[in-house]
Design a protein around this ligand. Structure first.
Ligand code: SF4
Length: 199
């Protein structure tokens, strides 16, 4: 029986060879981040500007720095964190991923969630949130709320949307709201851990 780590490595291998959508044509790299197979928190963001080759984050530049600050504010140990991208190949800074590309790539994320079974998913930005929650509600209305992920019958996985780090950088007046969302994440992680201890 393959371990979680082996299963994740196989997904990575499939992603590196994937040609399911046109984003593979400009693929310089896929997400490089180290994957912790028993992470309690998964962060999912839409990649903007490529993957940072040092941190492996799906964001570079100011957005990447904002993401690092948010992770710091969460106070989660690195091995409890699984950072993922809604599309596994780079999307140009000058356009968003199309619905076709998002739909083509989404099964990889679903497989990763299925293996890791995080307690909480922090969904950064509208694109990730629309895909994970199948919703068109504006971020201004749903950020910081706790949703149960559908179609994962074996365990409760909670999704908490927040603003995309790039957006927070460009709209600093939203930073307080985003930091409040991070408090909700910390609280939900605590609740989930306490529940896991009694099961
Ligand atoms: S973005 Fe996803 S679906 Fe498209 S080629 Fe890359 S790995 Fe495959």
């Amino acid at each position: 029986m393959p371990t979680r780590r082996e299963k994740l490595k196989l997904i990575d291998k499939n992603i590196k060879a994937c040609t399911k959508c046109s984003l593979c044509e400009n693929r310089r790299n896929t997400i490089l981040n180290e994957h912790f197979p028993r992470a309690r928190l998964m962060i999912v963001a839409e990649p903007q500007g490529g993957f940072d080759k040092h941190s492996g984050f799906p964001l570079t530049g100011k957005g990447g720095k904002m993401l690092a600050r948010m992770i710091n504010a969460l106070g989660v140990r690195r091995e409890d964190l699984f950072i993922e991208s809604i599309t596994k190949c780079n999307v140009s800074r000058f356009r968003a991923a199309s619905q076709k590309e998002l739909q083509a790539c989404f099964p990889y994320l679903c497989q990763q969630i299925h293996i890791v079974k995080p307690h909480v998913i922090l969904s950064m930005g509208t694109v990730s949130t629309e895909m994970l929650l199948d919703t068109k509600e504006p971020m201004s209305r749903i950020h910081g709320r706790v949703f149960k992920l559908k179609d994962y019958e074996y365990k409760d996985i909670w999704v908490i949307p927040t603003y995309h780090p790039d957006f927070i950088f460009r709209t600093p007046q939203k930073k307080d709201e985003a930091w409040d969302d991070l408090s909700v994440v910390r609280k939900q992680l605590r609740i989930a851990s306490e529940k896991a201890l009694t099961e």
